[in-house]
Design a protein around this ligand. Structure first.
Ligand code: SF4
Ligand code: SF4
Length: 56
């Protein structure tokens, strides 16, 4: 399991700064989570202003 960032992402970068395993990077249209690296901690969901990271 991993978190997934949905289309409401406004590419602010807050989640990437708070991810303990650097699993989040900037994609073409939104930030994306590397499912293999994500440890499901939920920090990104807590730091996102638009609630874009969702538990998959
Ligand atoms: Fe990173 Fe945790 Fe979000 Fe996974 S759930 S992307 S490990 S902050
Ligand atoms: Fe997108 Fe939310 Fe991450 Fe900002 S914190 S880059 S809006 S997912």
């Amino acid at each position: 399991m991993a978190y997934v960032i949905d289309d409401s992402c406004i590419s602010c970068g807050a989640c990437a700064a708070d991810c303990p395993v650097d699993a989040i990077s900037e994609g073409a249209d939104k930030f994306v989570i590397d499912a293999d690296a994500c440890i499901d901690c939920g920090a990104c969901a807590g730091s996102c202003p638009v609630d874009a990271p969702k538990e998959a």
